[in-house]
Design a protein around this ligand. Structure first.
Ligand SMILES: Cc1cc2nc3c(=O)[nH]c(=O)nc-3n(C[C@H](O)[C@H](O)[C@H](O)COP(=O)(O)OP(=O)(O)OC[C@H]3O[C@@H](n4cnc5c(N)ncnc54)[C@H](O)[C@@H]3O)c2cc1C
Length: 328
């Protein structure tokens, strides 16, 4: 017995982040017929990378710090897609440099982890699912123009909580759980420079208390990256206060704040601003994952278990197990 199911059950996964693709890959490995729908053009979600000129830059979670044995073991199996990074770190005072930090980074860019998880799963990018509704033929999915995407035996909603809520309409108690979750915004500025700022000559990561920033990361210091690219993440409070500013204005303010803190005028060769409307989730009530066998609809994601990226992975694993248990 290889644990494969006998009948081909169809599963649709909505969201190609870590949670959705972890769930999808486990199910596919057990013989389920899995289709993934994703509103963006590629995989990764909040572990995505984007283009900045010629370069690829990590836009979301900047690294992975495994806590549990299971997650660490799984990471080690990602082989060539992962590399250890020992950044020189400091707080915003820059008084002390910490050299003992060790984190993992996907190479050559963060979306490699989800690309690897996707493998040959049937993937539909640039499709925003708007409705998941059970009827006698299964669960019917529709996109935002109400076009039918098909019937599936099971549907996994693997989006941030605010985007999951309307998709969980058929299971009201889950919709309410999703609606209760707070996911704060996070503004991010990517800056490519012609040369490294003097004050940061030997520092790759700055974290801690600052009136604007939560973290400043030299993306180019990560293994297998090029250029002189810095990622500036605004803190929760600043991002929430200015959530509705235009990207142009935010870009100018963040760059001015960076220059003021450095006491140096910079010459960016390229900039890009991104607003994560839903960044890290505040999880009060842990569930690991949600599964309603009657409707065939479930949910996974970092909003159901603490631990950010690792939480998302655990949540996707948990939901796959619940679905597989039905056919054990
Ligand atoms: C700036 C930033 C820094 C972070 N730093 C850290 C960190 O240091 N450590 C850490 O552990 N975590 C960190 N995180 C959080 C971490 O990235 C997330 O916890 C994790 O990636 C969430 O994975 P997920 O699969 O649950 O959701 P996501 O990655 O958000 O994936 C959900 C996917 O669903 C798609 N989607 C949404 N709605 C629809 C729809 N209707 N139809 C189709 N597709 C849809 C989205 O486009 C997305 O691709 C950070 C996040 C951000 C934004």
């Amino acid at each position: 017995m290889d644990g494969h199911i006998n009948k081909k059950h169809t599963v649709a996964v909505v969201g190609a982040g870590v949670a959705g693709l972890r769930c999808a890959s486990l199910l596919m490995g057990k013989g389920y017929d899995v289709t993934v729908f994703e509103k963006s053009r590629g995989t990764g979600g909040r572990l995505a990378s984007v283009r900045l000129g010629e370069l690829s830059v990590d836009l979301g979670a900047p690294w992975i710090e495994p806590v549990s044995h299971d997650f660490r073991q799984w990471l080690m199996m990602q082989g060539p897609h992962l590399s250890l990074w020992r950044p020189n770190a400091s707080d915003f005072s820059l008084n002390k440099v910490f050299v003992d930090r060790q984190v993992w980074v996907p190479v050559p860019r963060s979306s490699m982890i989800t690309r690897h998880l996707l493998q040959n799963i049937n993937f539909h990018p640039s499709v925003r699912v708007a409705v998941a509704w059970p009827d006698r033929d299964g669960v019917l999915l529709r996109d935002e123009r109400a076009v039918a995407l098909g019937h599936f035996d099971k549907v996994v909603i693997a989006t941030p909580a605010p985007q999951a809520a309307p998709l969980l309409d058929a299971v009201q108690r889950y919709r309410q759980k999703a609606e209760a979750v707070v996911q704060k915004p996070c503004w991010v500025l990517l800056v490519s420079l012609d040369k490294r700022p003097e004050k940061l000559a030997n520092i790759d990561v700055v974290e801690g208390e600052h009136k604007i920033f939560a973290r400043i990361i030299r993306d180019s210091s990560k293994p297998q990256r090029d250029g002189e690219v810095w990622v500036l993440q605004a803190n929760d409070a600043w991002s929430s206060d200015y959530v509705n500013l235009s990207p142009e204005t935010v870009g100018q303010v963040l760059l001015a704040g960076f220059q003021e803190w450095l006491s140096q005028t910079l010459q960016p060769t390229a900039v890009r601003v991104h607003r994560w409307l839903y960044s890290e989730a505040c999880v009060n009530d842990e569930h690991l994952s949600l599964w309603d066998a009657e409707s065939g609809i479930g949910a996974c994601g970092d909003w159901l278990v603490r631990g950010g990226l690792e939480g998302a992975w655990r949540s996707g694993s948990s939901l796959a197990e619940k679905i597989m248990d039905e056919h054990a």
